[in-house]
Design a protein around this ligand. Sequence first.
Ligand code: PLP
Length: 405
Amino acid sequence: MADKVVYLDNNATTRVAEEVFEEMKPYLTENYGNASSMHKFGGRLRHKIDHARQQAAALLGCEPDEIIFTSGGTESDTTALRGVLERSGQKQHLITTRVEHPAVRTTAKHLQKHGYRLTELPVDRYGRLDLDQLTKALTEDTALVSIMFANNETGVIFPIDKIARIVKSKEALFHTDAVQAIGKVPVNLKDTPIDLLSISGHKLHAPKGVGILYVRRGTSVAPLLVGGHQEFGMRAGTENIAGIVALGKACELAQQNLAEENQRVRALRDRLEKELLQKCPDARVNGDIEARLPNTANISFEYVEGEAILLLLDQVGIAASSGSACTSGSLEPSHVLRAMGIPFTAVHGSIRFSLSRYTTDKEIDCVIEHTPGIVKRLRELSPFGPDKDAAPAAPSDRAPQLTIE
Ligand code: PLP
């Protein structure tokens, strides 16, 4: 069953690379000690953590002691936002965008409820930010700006270098959620003045439950988890040695393969988009076509429900994601596509296909073969359409909203 799936949901999670699994295995079985132990059985594992820190630092262009291992993207994002604001003294203002992942958005809203001032920057119809609005939003009171590197739903990449320089010129700290960017596009912390950056292992072929928060030397951040002295006192808890070893290896592989893989993946993605747009009338690609992750295609098939497409794709063994979520009888479209002002008829029918280094030509052929027929069939059944009277329900902000990872 597992080997039959055409897996195009790699922005949700990725398969653990064989090389990564081989590397981590001994640290689950024979080398299961605690790296903080005095005895050799545990203590000798410390150098494996140091090695993983070096592998991650080499990928990012930073120093090993700027790498803090965490449990994943959500913890890294939460630590960045809460940890900076806890130490920000008089500065009480936080800036983010309307298209952040819930790990940032919900934390920011939580902080707002606790008295911090929050500005959420809008995006245009291509998912792009207006940097003048960022400049205007920055005040002497701004402690932190948190803007994602690449969007998980559309793949749109923000101009992080320019953003970081604007933020630093106003003496605020800059955090970027790079969970979807790392391993897909080059990121170099030597050239870009980023203060904090989040990574999640399971998005780059390491297992779930491990991540990184990069913290530039000299940046004041309070730990989220307190207790033991692990991770330079920045993240208490017995180290997840196997996960850390795995993430180190995944970073090394990403560094070795990034350029070559990206070209191949981009070509597959472009072929998929081109053929689907040719074969399906009333379909469009969402997001900036140029500044985009090479692996992500977010396509709206007007006048059909994304869930219905997903279900039928699933029946033929294709796994993807939709930009709307069916929750308790109501359809709530994605906050990202809504922020971009995409019409409801298009948001409802949006599907995200996300590829990886394991995606093959044959898999893309399979999606191209099945999707147009599925969309055609659903359109025939749909009450919506250019020549039909019904219109999909407008979203209600009160209804619960699921999001795609
Ligand atoms: N940030 C972004 C952009 C993501 O896409 C995700 C996961 O989908 C996260 C944060 C959360 O990462 P994790 O699943 O490791 O907690």
